[in-house]
Design a protein around this ligand. Structure first.
Ligand code: SF4
Ligand code: SF4
Length: 507
């Protein structure tokens, strides 16, 4: 049931707080005062049009405490990954749809079937473990060219052509996305014609990029400069053992250098020091789709996000090149959660990735995707809308994880998953997910109370109150359970009229 301001009664609201029996006098003394619903959404005004209750913080001072001295650039080779079972291993264990699996083991796949069947009695794992035939069909459709992968065999002119193999044979790579961008023949640069580069103030440049990003389909944009601290969010090395399956044994260096032009070799991504402007953007997922992810693999909401936004990165690289500047795609070469937080796209929360966005919670794929450029761009600051504080008493996602991989309890400086993720202790005071053992099942992302549309009266009230009155957080976490927000049965997706892309782009 989707409860909006027109259907939510005061009684329901008080029941959610656990205060229905307390009497209105007692409630009135402690409840927040809102004069008009419109007031909740119309007072905010900043570069990303956040609601009024979103507060700005100082650069490098997000709600999650960071020990900048302890923080160090990670060696991505230290990240552990599971050995991948074969399709035959899954079949032998009784798992259907072996080639639909993502990162789980056969035992985890069976546990996920069990979990979904208990959570949604009547749920059908289908012939491939991803749900009924419609969900499975949309899953597979959305994987087309996902993560920028060239298609393998496709029909062209009545023949099956293996595009991927043809490009590999020509010396290309398996994906159309790349560090340096497409640099297509049609993308001409002003300097190649003796014309001046685009010249704008950093503020103009931010607005220029934001409008281009939005034209292409993203929502919010952030920016920060690389310095001796923020550089630590970029990996030192990418390669064997990193889980990314690229690079030579020993890895590929990610090097910041005093050079004029970026370049890439077999063992190095070379980044000019002048490309010091980090641009981040949100990659939204369908809200109704995200809360209906069920089965053994991330769902069509995830896959289509990966299909859409990787192409968008290429468009942005070409756009910035067309202005006369460099734009480097840092996908897989950085940590998205801290860059989202530092550039004000969200707050660090218990789920740890994605960061929690003030308007759409965790219905983002990694929240902040990062590019580097030498186009000077004005920075955006970290934000505070009470999410970090809310996570201290919420814990819904950690309770929902079928494998107990999300850190429970209070935020800590210790990293309980250090043995798995290779990251040092004491770098930040927050929560970590054991990503090594996480099979990227569809569960946690759809549970967060901050996932909602901004038109929802209750969520603006919750968000505004948690920002200003954190003592209510425990009540609101319970109310979330009472109101049965969060995950919903997969089959209902087909009966709900969806906005384009599954989210309201005006919110
Ligand atoms: S952390 Fe999230 S994606 Fe990973 S296993 Fe737990 S619920 Fe699934
Ligand atoms: S579900 Fe609760 S604890 Fe988890 S990230 Fe969302 S608000 Fe935080």
């Amino acid at each position: 049931m989707n409860i909006s301001h027109s259907t939510l009664s005061r009684r329901d609201f008080m029941k959610g707080l656990g205060l229905a029996g307390a009497g209105l006098g007692a409630v009135a003394a402690s409840a927040p005062v809102f004069h008009d619903v419109d007031e909740l959404t119309s007072l905010g005004s900043n570069v990303n049009k956040y609601p009024w209750y979103v507060k700005e913080r100082d650069f490098k001072n997000p709600t999650v405490e960071i020990d900048w001295d302890t923080l160090e650039r990670p060696n991505a080779n230290n990240f552990k990954s599971h050995p991948r079972p074969s399709a035959a291993d899954f079949t032998a264990a009784g798992v259907v749809g072996g080639n639909m699996t993502d990162l789980e083991t056969p035992a985890e796949a069976l546990a996920l079937y069990d979990y979904c069947e208990k959570e949604f009695p009547g749920w059908d794992k289908g012939y491939a473990g991803a749900g009924d035939i419609r969900s499975t069909a949309l899953d597979n459709a959305c994987k087309f060219m996902m993560m920028g992968q060239w298609p393998a065999e496709i029909y062209q002119g009545g023949k099956r052509i293996n595009v991927r193999n043809a490009i590999l044979a020509a010396g290309g790579t398996a994906t159309f996305s790349s560090f340096l961008g497409p640099q297509a023949a049609t993308t001409i640069r002003p300097q190649d014609f003796g014309a001046a580069k685009w010249q704008g103030t950093p503020e103009e440049n931010f607005k220029t990029l934001r409008n281009a990003f939005r034209f292409l389909g993203c929502q919010d944009v952030g920016c920060a400069e690389i310095d001796n601290d923020t550089v630590k969010f970029f990996h030192k090395i990418k390669g064997a053992g990193s889980g990314f399956n690229t690079g030579e044994a020993g890895g590929k260096q990610i090097a910041f250098k005093d050079i004029d032009e970026a370049y890439e070799t077999a063992d190095e991504y070379a980044i000019p020091n002048k490309c010091k402007y980090i641009i981040t953007f949100t990659a939204r997922q369908s809200f109704e789709g995200t809360r209906r992810q069920a089965g053994i693999t991330e769902s069509f909401s995830v896959w289509y996000c990966y299909a859409r936004y990787v192409k968008m990165i290429c468009h942005m690289q070409e756009f910035i090149r067309g202005l006369g500047y460099q734009c480097l795609n840092m996908s897989g070469l950085y940590f998205s959660n801290p860059l989202s937080v530092i550039t004000g796209l969200g707050e660090h929360g218990r789920m740890s990735s994605p960061a929690i966005h003030p308007k759409n919670g965790t219905t983002n794929r990694a929240n902040g995707w990062a590019l580097l450029t030498d186009l000077p761009v004005a920075p955006t600051n970290p934000i505070d809308f009470g999410a970090y504080k809310f996570c201290e008493t919420c814990g819904i996602c950690a309770d929902a994880c079928p494998f107990g991989l999300i850190q429970k309890g209070e935020s800590t400086w210790e990293n309980p998953a250090a043995a798995k993720n290779g990251l040092a202790q004491g770098q930040f005071k927050g929560w970590r997910t054991n990503n090594t053992d996480c099979p990227h099942c569809p569960t946690c992302q759809g549970t967060c109370p901050f996932n909602s549309t901004s038109q929802s009266f209750i969520h603006d009230m919750v968000k505004a109150t948690t920002t200003n009155l954190p003592m209510f957080n425990g009540f609101f976490a319970n109310m979330e359970r009472f109101m049965e927000y969060g995950r919903k049965p997969q089959w209902e997706f087909w009966d709900i009229e969806q906005p384009t892309y599954g989210f309201d782009t005006t919110a």
